[in-house]
Design a protein around this ligand. Structure first.
Ligand code: NAG
Ligand code: NAG
Ligand code: NAG
Ligand code: NAG
Length: 818
């Protein structure tokens, strides 16, 4: 709850400078390829921009422009580091300039800054490296707003460590050109992500993908396979909201596709045909590997299988030429023909002649797939050698960005690759079996329409080229059997109308200071409410006090204050405002904002009334009778006058009550006037009243000290002094806190934010202390009520006291006001 920032009229408008400029999407502009070709220097080499194919081709040998897509000069594949200045948000509103620099990046990548630079939702500030004229070039940032970002978050996150690792690789402080060095690097990354006391931010998903990208610049190395699995497994188990935010940078997709690419390039290393039938030397380090990063490596290269297994993500390399094994089945329970994985599941290898019907009926099958004999024969003729299967325990890395989905995955995700057949249609269908999680835990929203197997196209789940066979009720079938004609990642999806709570997810974390301010304000408000309650109770119990005019004014003040705090703390919070905006319930938001504005204005009007009463009392009309029932009249004014600016604002500019998208994103948005509504509907009246009060008090104080110094007796003077002290207290309490607020609004520094929070929220409590605890009559009345015996002993003393006080009470608004 960001109560205080809200109170600060103000903070409302201060946080909007965080830029969203880096989310522009720029397409590759290849229009100048012709130009580049004309100038194509002989023998200059062209390289693939993607990491897929690393063999360079010679410039000028291409037949057409189409041949050039995805190619760039090999010596211009990277955007080189470039200086960049931005501000760090160091304390609540304070900023300090910082000289940073963009990291070297490959074409198509979104580079991050050398020193961590995080936006409030945990995303990094990024800049795209684009291709222009077949050369890498930084995206233009001319139209960016000033960037203000944070170095770290309240949560202990892995960002700084992971960023340092990435930096070290890019700057060559950490080498990756030998197996040993690569292994050390990936083990370090996996170690960083496996710290369980650290949170992962969207920025970390992005940087993890970039580190894998750096590894892809080198030879693919089987030694790092288990570490990469461990990295992906850690990330896919993260908070869904966090992954959703990171998907704004395409970070989950990018990580997923790099991981798949890397793993898919290594079957020759894991299951070479030469190993078939040869005794396997199982390295003793395997055991330690599995405890180190949680990935168990099983080497059955003699029968053409090697498996890297972990709890949520496993990769199987299969070479059918050894033993005709062409698939794998995974189970959740043991059986004599199943092997046990230390990660808590069971598996067995499937042969090309497997019987699909029998397989489908096996108990506790989680997922299975195999290449049938006939299909494998055809594929082999066309050059297929290996099969790579990956099993993702859930769809954590498959993040759909659209807010409304018509179906969602309810099974494991099974990824099938046959190197050489990516993106090609298979001559025959290949079966895959998936356990239907909807069978065990039915989803009330699920409907049959749209249910079936689907594949991931890096944006959403599609179903073309896949057939789903099912019995009578697809939602209740325990195992779903699908046939696919192309290869990628598959899952079983159930239809339904799924909606993510859009805006709510953009918010991840708030920086430390806001947290501290939140706590101060919540504690302060609670004390304040307790204090106000104390005043009400005192008034209810003691009739004599209640009937004083000064008490009546005080009660009105307390009522306005209570309303205001209840609105701030419980009703008009950023969460609730957000919900209203999400559900387009704008009129309710205007109503909330207007009530808040109204209570603030009522409070100030009462302050003005107190000042005016003082003025009448001490300056103009000493001794003159007040009009009858003047408190009632004052109350009428105080509760109706503020309606005027409130209604004017609400009628002329209702839109000004709605928080902006940026405010919602940064968790500072409440329904409250902004812009002109704020200036004329709140700041102007509040300022006018504050200035008027200031003038009245200075004038009253001046004239009293003058007139008193000449005449009046000491007793009278003492009483007046006391009342003046109270007036000053009130003024400071109510007025000063708002002056601090205005300073904080103008970004004068964190000290003002704290002062504002303290003074603004403690008001009720301080009033209680002054009017009840420190007031002798009230204190004694309470003491008498609670322990009458001690009171009797006191009675003598009290009577004398009472006598000496005579007319005096804490009646700050006038002795004739009874
Ligand atoms: C790895 O790179 C470093 C620095 O570029 C170089 O000195 C070293 O010889 C390279 N090692 C191998 C095995 O290529
Ligand atoms: C596997 O994923 C589940 C769900 O995200 C998670 O709760 C669990 O901790 C993960 N297991 C491991 C070992 O990462
Ligand atoms: C996201 O990344 C995936 C995999 O790298 C890529 O295929 C896709 O086009 C990217 N999407 C966007 C919007 O950049
Ligand atoms: C995936 O499919 C959707 C819907 O058909 C399409 O709009 C999108 O461009 C596709 N994405 C990719 C990366 O092919």
């Amino acid at each position: 709850m960001n109560f205080v920032l809200a109170v600060t009229l103000l903070a409302l408008t201060t946080t909007t400078r965080i830029t969203a400029a880096n989310f522009h999407d720029y397409g590759d502009s290849d229009e100048s390829i012709d130009e580049a070709l004309k100038n194509c220097p002989n023998k200059q080499l062209l390289c693939n921009v993607q990491w897929r194919n690393n063999t360079p081709v010679e410039c000028g040998l291409q037949q057409s422009i189409a041949d050039l897509t995805g190619l760039a000069y090999c010596d211009a594949l990277h955007c080189e580091p470039e200086a960049f200045r931005h501000d760090y948000l160091i304390r609540n509103h304070d900023q300090s300039p910082h000289a940073n620099s963009w990291k070297r990046a490959r074409i198509g990548e979104r580079s991050t800054l050398h020193d961590v630079c995080l936006l409030r939702n945990g995303l990094p500030v990024t800049r795209k490296c684009e291709m222009k004229s077949m050369r890498a070039q930084w995206e233009s940032i001319d139209d960016w707003q000033p960037v203000v970002c944070m170095r770290r978050f309240r949560e202990r996150s892995v960002s700084v460590e992971l960023n340092a690792l990435h930096d070290d690789i890019i700057d060559g402080r950490r080498l990756t050109n030998t197996t040993q060095e690569r292994r050390r690097t990936t083990a370090a990354m996996s170690g960083i992500l496996r710290q369980h006391n650290r949170a992962m931010l969207p920025a970390d998903v992005h940087v993890a993908g970039q580190v894998i990208g750096e590894l892809m610049e080198q030879k693919r190395d089987a030694a790092v396979g288990s570490d990469l699995i461990s990295v992906c497994r850690e990330i896919m188990s993260c908070d869904i909201q966090m992954l959703r935010i990171s998907s704004q940078l395409n970070a989950t997709n990018s990580l997923l596709s790099k991981f798949e690419d890397y793993m898919d390039a290594m079957p020759e290393q894991f299951v070479p045909s030469e190993s078939c039938g040869k005794a396997v030397i199982r390295p003793t380090s395997d055991a330690s590997d599995s405890t180190e990063n949680g990935v168990e490596i099983l080497n059955y290269a003699n029968i053409g299988v090697q498996a890297l297994m972990s709890s949520n993500l496993s990769v199987f390399y299969v070479n059918p030429s050894c033993d005709d094994i062409t698939g794998i089945a995974i189970y959740s329970s043991a059986s004599s023909d199943r092997k046990t994985s230390v990660s808590g599941f069971y598996y067995r290898f499937l042969y090309a002649n497997e019987n699909l019907e029998k397989l489908r009926r096996e108990s506790n099958l989680e997922t299975a797939t195999y290449v049938p004999e006939q299909l494998w024969r055809q594929l082999k003729e066309r050059g297929a050698t290996y099969l790579i299967l990956k099993v993702y325990a859930h769809d954590g890395l498959f993040v759909e960005t659209s807010q409304v989905r018509s179906r969602r995955p309810r099974s494991k995700v099974l990824s099938i690759t046959i190197p050489g057949f990516e993106g090609e249609y298979l001559p025959q269908a290949m079966p895959l079996l998936l356990l239907n999680e909807n069978h065990r835990q039915p989803d009330a929203l699920a409907i049959k329409t749209g249910s079936g197997c689907g594949y991931w196209n890096y944006t959403t789940w599609l179903s073309d080229g896949i057939t789903t066979s099912s019995g009578s009720d697809i939602l209740r079938d325990p195992v779903i059997v699908c046939q696919t004609r192309h290869l990628t990642q598959f899952s079983f999806l159930v239809g339904g109308s799924y909606r993510s709570n859009d805006l709510g997810e953009e918010i991840l974390v708030t920086p430390l200071n806001e947290r501290v301010l939140d706590i101060i304000s919540i504690v302060g408000c609670s004390l304040s409410l307790l204090g106000v309650l104390g005043i009400f109770v005192t008034a209810a119990v003691f009739k004599s006090w209640r009937s004083q005019a000064s008490t009546k004014v005080l009660l009105h003040l307390c009522l306005a204050m209570t309303l205001q705090m209840i609105l701030f703390v419980f009703i008009n919070t950023d969460d609730i405002s957000e919900q209203l905006i999400v559900h387009r319930d704008y009129s309710r938001c205007v109503l909330l904002g207007a009530s808040l504005q109204y209570t603030i204005l009522v409070l100030f009007t009462w302050m003005l009334i107190i000042a005016v009463l003082q003025f009448q009392r001490y300056v103009t009309v000493i001794g003159i009778e007040r009009p009858r029932r003047y408190i009632l009249k004052a109350a009428l004014v105080a509760w109706t006058l503020p309606l005027l600016p409130t209604l004017l604002t609400a009628c002329i500019d209702p839109a000004s009550y709605l928080p902006t998208a940026e405010q919602l994103e940064t968790d500072t948005g409440i329904c409250y006037p902004s812009g002109y509504g704020l200036t004329f509907g709140v700041v102007l009246p509040v300022t006018l009243i504050t200035v008027a009060n200031l003038v009245i008090f200075v004038y009253v104080f001046y004239s009293i000290s003058h007139s008193l110094s000449q005449s009046v007796q000491r007793a009278e003077r003492k009483l007046v002094n006391k009342q003046i002290r109270l007036s000053v207290l009130l003024f400071f309490l109510l007025g000063l806190s708002w002056i601090f607020g205005i300073f904080a609004f103008m970004q004068a520094g964190i000290v003002f934010s704290y002062l504002f929070c303290l003074t603004a929220t403690m008001q009720g409590f301080v009033l209680f202390v002054y009017f009840v605890l420190l007031d002798e009559a009230n204190r004694n009345a309470w003491r008498g009520l609670i322990c009458p015996t001690s009171m009797k002993m006191d009675v003598q003393k009290r009577t004398t006291e009472m006598q000496s006080m005579t007319t005096s009470s804490t009646n700050y608004s006038g002795r004739s006001g009874h």
